[in-house]
Ligand binder design. Structure first.
Ligand code: PLP
Length: 394
């Protein structure tokens, strides 16, 4: 689907719909009139086939307990195979209402209090919270930032795994907020280190479908022909891709039988929630009919990011814009223009934007901002114009 057709058909105003992103600006930012470019949530309606499937269920009018049909698993398996060349089996799949919830479960199930859990910072802040809220020891390995290009510090990862006796590693792939789509070589090196030191890997692949240019996302499941599957749990969901987060339906994929058995026994103690029927219907329809919509979405994200990059390169060249390989979240280093302690004032009060601030992702990242590109280009244009105008006023 072409970008303009996609925007014309699917872009939508979300004000006054109980949208966290738009209607909670006052609560979250103390200012209701900002342009919302924060949380990873979009201003696009779901594919029309998804809406039709949901409408059919609404018209049926019954929302009782449900089960997951084979056609659902087949849609999920086909999607993983076709889009990502990842082969999964039905009995590997478990469900949760969200990936963050699942991260909290994993920390509880696979580690004990005070055990060490490693993440690569800057990273999505619930990764930090899932470890700290459960009284585990948070071990961070900072990604290496070379003029805005990020790579893993594998020597640091291995040294800390050994010195801190790390038990669990939470990987973000593709990586929020630095937009990396990790290569097979990077993933293999990381998975090999974790395997060598018997560190269980959680690979959060929620952003797997949002990959730009002709890059190919590679699931940790596929690395070295599945060599690391016995030491791995993969999380995926249609929620980022198709903007379905509040339908509460995510996948936990556990190839190894004994890890799965342990997971089943332990989650049974803490979770007795049935899957969400609306989430299930939406996901099956999206994975069955959503590819054309997704191509439209990717073209908008690519347009928005290229616009942001070109404008900033031209009018505020000292802002360092990290290349967006995957996710719809642009990561920008404003430190050359704005003193770090003034970033919030600059972005909120002057530029009139609600964004995610760098220090939410890492203590090292004050002065960085994360802007959401999964939106109508009109918001990106307005937001970037404000940033450039305000930089020129400095
Ligand atoms: C890496 C990552 N994991 C998980 C989530 C949220 O997942 P959920 O809404 O399923 O809890 C996000 C949301 O932005 C994310 O970026």
């Amino acid at each position: 689907m072409k970008m303009t057709d996609f925007v014309n058909e699917y872009a939508v105003d979300r004000l006054k719909t109980n949208s966290l992103k738009w209607d909670a600006l006052d609560v979250r930012y103390g200012d209701p009139d900002l342009i919302a470019m924060w949380v990873a949530d979009m201003e696009f309606k779901v594919p029309k086939e998804v809406q039709a499937a949901l409408n059919d269920r609404v018209n049926h009018g019954v929302f009782g307990y449900s089960y997951t049909p084979d056609s659902y698993y087949q849609a999920l398996i086909n999607w993983q195979q076709k889009r990502h060349h990842a082969t999964i089996q039905k009995d590997w799949v478990r469900f949760s209402t969200g990936i963050v919830t699942a991260l909290y479960w994993f920390v509880n199930i696979f580690t004990k209090e005070n055990d060490a859990v490693m993440i690569q910072t800057p990273v999505y802040y619930p990764f930090h919270n899932a470890v700290k809220d459960n009284n585990r020891q948070l071990v961070t390995s900072e990604l290496i930032n070379t003029d805005g290009s990020y790579t893993m510090d594998l020597a640091d990862v291995e040294a800390k795994i050994i010195s801190e006796k790390v038990k669990l590693f939470i990987l973000c792939s593709p990586h929020n907020p630095v937009g990396r789509v990790w290569t097979a070589t990077e993933l293999e090196a990381l998975l090999a280190i974790c395997h060598k030191h018997q560190v269980l890997v959680i690979s959060d692949e929620i952003h797997q479908d949002i990959v730009l240019g002709n890059r190919q996302f590679i699931s940790s499941l596929s690395i070295a022909n599945g060599k690391y599957q016995d030491n791995l749990i993969v999380c995926s969901a249609p929620s980022k891709t198709f903007n379905l987060a509040c339908l509460l339906n995510s996948h936990i994929i556990i190839p190894n039988e004994s890890i799965r058995a342990h997971y089943d026994v332990e989650t049974n103690k803490i979770n007795q929630t049935e899957t969400s029927i609306m989430g299930q219907i939406a996901c099956e329809a999206a994975y069955t009919h959503g590819e054309d919509w997704l191509e439209g979405l990717l073209s908008v994200i690519e347009f928005n990011f290229n616009y942001l990059k070109t404008e900033l390169n031209q009018h505020a060249p000292k802002a360092i814009v990290t290349e967006l390989e995957g996710t719809y979240l642009a990561w920008i280093d404003l430190r050359a223009y704005v003193p770090v302690e003034e970033t919030k004032h600059f972005i909120q009060d002057k530029c009139r934007l609600a964004i995610d601030f760098g220090e939410w992702f890492s203590d090292e990242c004050q002065g960085f901002v994360r802007l959401n590109m999964g939106t109508d280009p009109k918001y990106v244009k307005a937001g970037i114009a404000n940033i450039i105008t305000e930089i020129h006023q400095l």
